[in-house]
Ligand binder design. Sequence first.
Ligand SMILES: Nc1ncnc2c1ncn2[C@@H]1O[C@H](COP(=O)(O)OP(=O)(O)OP(=O)(O)O)[C@@H](O)[C@H]1O
Ligand SMILES: O=P(O)(O)OC[C@@]1(O)O[C@H](CO)[C@@H](O)[C@@H]1O
Length: 303
Amino acid sequence: MIYTVTFNPSLDYIVRVPNLAEGATNRSEGQALYPGGKGINVSIMLSNLGYASKALGFSAGFTGREIERLLAENGCDAEFIPLHRGNSRINIKIKSGEETEINGQGPHIPSEALEALFQRLDACGPEDILVLAGSIPNSLPTDIYEQIMRRLRDRKTRIVVDATGDLLKNALKYHPFLVKPNAAELEELCGIRCDTMDKIKQGAIRIQQDGALNVLVSLGKDGALLIDRHGQFHTSPAPSGILVNSVGSGDSMVAGFLAGYLKEQDYAAAFRMGIAAGSATAFQEWLATKDQVLKAYQELQPL
Ligand SMILES: Nc1ncnc2c1ncn2[C@@H]1O[C@H](COP(=O)(O)OP(=O)(O)OP(=O)(O)O)[C@@H](O)[C@H]1O
Ligand SMILES: O=P(O)(O)OC[C@@]1(O)O[C@H](CO)[C@@H](O)[C@@H]1O
């Protein structure tokens, strides 16, 4: 089974405001509400690609109930631990000329709820994949992903970490199966200015030396780079298309990589499926369908 964990689920409120003016009353030209949070997006994308997963996390208040309802509507199996105070966050994504995001903090997670998640994860075994993705509420320590990995150390579960800063840094020594920084996150992690392909390669090598098995660096419209666990590099430009909404493209890339890997047991195939899924999502209003991903896959340059 693939499990995804989203400590900080959200309702993503996407508003289109073509000429956003700060300090003025702006009127939107369109809006939409989607379930969000990185692990949740990975689960939805996996489901779109035909792979079952279980989305784990925490849910609070009316927004939490709406996230769960939307997940069910999207055919996604979720098992959220209820929090009895506060509301799951609403993240605002403003689409004007540029994409501006305001992500909320998320509700407090008490220790009993955290323990309930830990116990749920104790069921993970060698056949399972666990995706730890996204930010955590302020009340949690930044070694929380590390704590989970330490607890599962002897279970041989393959663990994917998609996070920033210390959350990710602290997890590397437990040898995650996959990490997926973007270029800015890679710079922050390895302290190298990653403004050329050579420097991105150097940065990815450093993250691998720090413990990650596969390092997938997403580069937005410029595609991606993977150094796989055998030390082999894979690079590809992204398929071309019109950017509609990049929110969730990194998560789609993680889901595509896992789907490609599970299908072919091959890192080149996983990499290509990752890029296709990431780009297909960037070209849509929300997470891409399987047909849209396969179309993007066909448009990738041959190896
Ligand atoms: N404008 C774009 N054109 C084509 N492909 C894109 C574009 N933006 C993103 N992608 C695809 O999606 C992948 C992931 O994008 P990106 O590097 O922006 O991830 P990210 O920063 O983790 O995104 P997010 O946090 O919004 O999910 C890229 O490697 C690429 O394949
Ligand atoms: O605040 P975090 O947890 O870092 O990111 C949350 C978020 O921006 O990530 C997803 C896109 O990757 C969105 O669905 C969600 O709103």
